[in-house]
Design a protein around this ligand. Structure first.
Ligand code: NAD
Length: 328
């Protein structure tokens, strides 16, 4: 059987690299080869791909998804695309949204055009639950209207809709996933969990936004990658699939758990002014992916969080050099 050649954009980042390590690892499907296309922005880290560097089915291209010529050239021998590359930090998008519009919107358009022209079989677009906006009660099904609030979420909603338009207009087999907040190892230390853990391990205080009552659903990267693989291999063209973790916590509850894991107390918490336009609550309804593809999250949050904190304790050499880059 010939291997399926998958182009993974943003494969040096947090989730993309876990995806690559997993599909090329012992638990992977076995019939896949991967080319990673990554610009190696501040968030991209070649060390995240060390585990697969010598793999015969792996290659890496240092480049920008907005580079039309490069992307068209690469797409020539690609069967499927899994598109992670993005500017991903909400706080940075509040400071300046230019790179978010360029990479997330224009970059996605360049990839879609190239995929269409090259006759790529399947294009999996990794979107986010943040495209739905904020919900006080209940959960969003996939057909819920999009109402993004931050510039990050607006750029992701734009690329999400653009991707779906290539299915409706051109018949390209596009599948969109909208996942909740991911956590796990190799997470860049600007995001809440790795920022809090690395600060606490260094004996530094942690910044908690506003009253800490914003609610997020936490999804372990193992579960997310499994969900993406179910969609890549068994999802339907033109469909959107929510992927959730099933653990909703206020930021205050999350902080309490992180303090306990790190052996710290509430003296280490500094309440800071709330994020502008801070969404109160995200919650995705995962009925569709469960019913159609048999997805359910497997990682228990307490176990996943303990493993994550243990990884940061054991891997200072990975995150210490990144702390300066993480400062806004
Ligand atoms: P990340 O910031 O850790 O990684 C992004 C990667 O994309 C980096 O390797 C970076 O170098 C690369 N990149 C950025 N701009 C590029 C460009 N112009 N060309 C090529 N490569 C470029 O992000 P992540 O947390 O791994 O998120 C991956 C995807 O998942 C994103 O699309 C994000 O919107 C989505 N998502 C993430 C979360 C989460 O909790 N982290 C939740 C929902 C959705």
């Amino acid at each position: 059987m010939t291997a399926t050649h998958v182009l993974v954009t943003g494969g040096a980042g947090f989730i993309g690299s876990h995806y690559v390590r997993t599909v090329l690892g012992p638990q992977g499907p076995g019939e896949v080869t991967v080319t990673v296309l990554d610009k190696l922005t501040y968030a991209g880290n070649p060390a995240n791909l060390d585990a697969v560097r010598g793999h015969p089915g792996f290659s890496f291209v240092h480049g920008d998804i907005c580079d039309d010529q490069l992307v068209h050239r690469l797409m020539g021998n690609v069967d499927q695309v899994v598109h992670f590359a993005a500017e991903s930090h909400v706080d940075r998008s509040i400071r300046s949204s230019a790179e978010f519009t360029r990479t997330n919107v224009v970059g996605t358009q360049v990839l879609l055009d190239a995929a269409l022209r090259a006759g790529v079989r399947t294009f999996v677009h990794i979107s986010t639950d943040e495209v739905y906006g904020s919900i006080a009660e209940g959960s969003w099904p996939e057909e819920h209207p999009l109402s993004p609030n931050s510039p990050y979420a607006a750029s992701k909603a734009s690329s999400d809709l653009l991707a779906l338009s290539y299915h409706r207009t051109h018949g390209l087999d596009v599948r969109v996933t909208r996942c909740s907040n991911n956590y796990g190892h190799h997470h860049f230390p600007e995001k809440a969990i790795p920022l809090f853990v690395t600060n606490l391990l260094d004996g530094k205080r942690v910044p908690l936004y506003g009253d800490g009552l914003n609610v997020r659903d936490w999804l372990h990267i193992d579960d997310h990658v499994r969900g993406i693989e179910l969609v890549r291999t068994g999802g339907r063209p033109g469909e959107v699939y929510n992927i959730g973790g099933g653990t909703e916590l206020t930021n205050k509850e999350l902080t309490g758990r992180l303090l306990a894991e790190c052996g710290s107390d509430w003296d280490m918490v500094e309440y800071v002014a709330d994020r502008k336009g801070h969404d109160l609550r995200y919650s995705v309804d995962c009925t569709k992916i469960s019913a159609e593809l048999g997805y359910r999250p497997r990682k228990d949050f307490a176990t996943g969080l303990a493993e994550t904190v243990a990884w940061y304790r054991a891997n200072r050499a990975w995150w210490e050099p990144l702390k300066d880059r993480a400062a806004l």
